[in-house]
Ligand binder design. Structure first.
Ligand code: ADE
Length: 249
């Protein structure tokens, strides 16, 4: 078994690369892949790239070239669901592409050829990620928590939406969330890659799970929140959650 850890941001990956046993660096398709082992598990580490196409290419290379037999994604996301706040963690239950629209040929959000809008994540891997995220959230209420003093961080489990847009306006976030909700899709968070990786993994029959720390509320302040959050928290959070996850695997 080879577990691929796909990170959205270099800051999230650097801690994992630093602790990799027998590290080997390989370049393929213009991307850097690190192979080795972590906590006795064979792993391959890669950066997803930004957006659905980049992430799909990376996921395909992980499976075809590096023999990944499961893929776990870590990154940050914009919170759009009620009560999903900066510093919370969302483990994906399933994914929708919020910018998929082949209507009127297919119903809005349905993936042509897949007869559905939502792609489910692997139940067992997601359960492990949830455990790891909960353990991390408890131990993170400490010195590096930028939101000390606020209510406790929460771990959510539910629907995530991906699209090739950084959602950075409150009206856009509200419109997206309302339209999806009216069709029965109650989205917790938005990001730019996960649904593409879920689709590649479905095509190849490779189990997939994803965890995202909420860096912003996908509103007019999203850009500022995002930069600050990535610099201060994302790397430590992702590192901690992945290391805990691999120990449980
Ligand atoms: N990733 C983190 N925040 C995001 C946002 N607001 N929109 C899309 N992707 C994101």
């Amino acid at each position: 078994m080879t577990t691929a850890i796909l990170s959205a941001l270099p800051e999230e990956q650097s801690g994992l690369v630093a602790t990799l046993q027998r590290p080997q660096r390989r370049v393929h398709a213009g991307r850097v892949f690190w192979t080795g082992s972590l906590h006795g598990k064979d792993v391959v580490l890669a950066l997803s790239g930004i957006g659905k196409v980049a992430a799909a290419t990376t996921a395909t290379a992980l499976i075809e070239r590096f023999g990944a037999t499961r893929i776990v994604f870590t990154g940050v996301a914009g919170g759009v669901g009620d009560g999903v706040r900066v510093g919370d963690v969302v483990v994906a239950q399933d994914y929708v592409q919020h910018d998929m629209d082949a209507s009127p040929l297919f119903p809005r959000w349905e993936l042509p050829g897949y007869a559905r809008a939502r792609l489910a994540c692997d139940v067992a891997l997601s359960a492990l990620l949830l455990e790891a995220a909960r353990a991390c959230v408890v131990s993170a209420q400490g010195p590096f928590d930028p939101t000390v003093g606020r209510a406790a961080r929460q771990v959510h489990h539910g629907l995530m939406a991906s699209g090739d847009r950084f959602v950075s306006a409150a009206h856009e976030s509200a419109r997206l969330r309302t339209a999806l909700r009216e069709a029965g899709h109650n989205v917790l968070a938005v990001e730019m890659e996960g649904a593409a990786v879920a689709q590649v993994c479905l095509d190849y029959g490779v189990p997939f799970a994803a965890v995202r720390t909420i860096s912003d509320r996908a509103d007019d302040a999203a850009h500022g929140d995002f930069a600050l959050f990535v610099q201060t928290v994302a790397s430590r959070y992702a590192d901690h959650m992945v290391q805990t996850f691999l120990q449980k695997l």
